[in-house]
Design a protein around this ligand. Structure first.
Ligand SMILES: NC(=O)c1ccc[n+]([C@@H]2O[C@H](COP(=O)([O-])OP(=O)(O)OC[C@H]3O[C@@H](n4cnc5c(N)ncnc54)[C@H](OP(=O)(O)O)[C@@H]3O)[C@@H](O)[C@H]2O)c1
Length: 233
């Protein structure tokens, strides 16, 4: 049985952050598939993963996520009953974290575009769509062709959003790993041998090879809940 107070202690962000701390959260099958047969990840990891997913959302200032995942998983703004209200209040956080979505095309579900949400895009995005989105949500232009990820994180930092929870997907994960911008990876390993053609949790054109050290390893209902910290220097 996973206890919220214990989990909140185990997954606490470092105190006194003076820069954004990027926490990735992913689930995979034992053989490394990031999706189930329906092409999404929600069912991987069952109740233990759902518990940690909600807990991590409860601890963060902002949820960073790429447009592919937003489209595949049908993202909407976080609702107050999806996070632990008392925990957020104790930590001095707003009732819900905003979603900051990374996209160049700006092909985003309308349900996500709401006051308080953030769209991070590049100067090459369609200008009309950018203006349309800016009437409702906050639009940040970071970079020329694609979003320059250090600039995107700086924009979050400028807004006091340092406890970053990145929910994917694999392309954004790979790009962040390429630039060595990841501080930790929370990975749920679901008791499933998937085979098939599901993607891995990170991919890019380069081998990044970032060293990690184990923060913790929990087990619940045969699901492994792991936390890995980037080992720098
Ligand atoms: N197992 C898990 O825990 C987990 C977690 C998350 C997602 N997933 C799965 O992963 C799949 C989606 O992953 P994915 O790798 O295809 O996509 P993704 O990483 O979620 O999104 C890729 C898209 O994000 C935007 N993007 C990313 N980096 C950008 C940059 N630097 N500049 C501008 N735009 C950028 C682009 O959007 P535009 O096309 O709009 O320009 C790009 O096409 C889904 O099946 C989802 O269910 C699994």
């Amino acid at each position: 049985m996973l206890d919220t107070v214990d989990l909140a202690r185990r997954y606490a962000y470092p105190e006194g952050l003076d820069r954004p701390w990027v926490r990735m959260n992913f689930a995979s099958s034992v053989d490394g598939s990031a999706t189930t047969e329906d092409g999404v990840s929600g069912a991987l990891g069952g109740d233990p993963d759902a518990t940690v997913f909600a807990l991590l959302r409860s601890l963060c200032d902002v949820i960073l996520v790429a447009a592919g995942t937003v489209r595949a998983e049908g993202y909407e703004p976080v609702k107050p009953d999806e996070v632990h209200a008392e925990l957020r209040a104790e930590l001095g956080l707003d009732p819900v974290p905003p979603i900051a979505v990374v996209s160049r095309s700006l092909d985003l579900p309308e349900a996500l575009i709401a006051p308080g949400q953030i769209v991070i895009t590049s100067a090459a995005s369609p200008p009309e769509r950018r203006s349309e989105l800016a009437e409702v949500a906050e639009v940040v232009v970071a970079g020329e062709e694609v979003v320059h990820l250090p600039t995107a994180l700086k924009a979050l930092d400028d807004r006091g959003l340092r406890r970053v929870l990145c929910e994917g997907g694999p392309s954004l994960h790979g790009a962040l790993a390429d630039e060595d911008l990841i501080d930790e990876l929370c990975l749920t390993i679901a008791p499933v041998l998937a085979a098939g053609h599901g993607p891995r949790i990170a991919h890019s054109d380069h081998f990044a090879g970032r060293s990690l050290t184990l923060g913790h390893l929990l087990e619940a209902e045969d699901v492994l809940l792991t936390r890995w910290l980037r080992r720098r220097g």
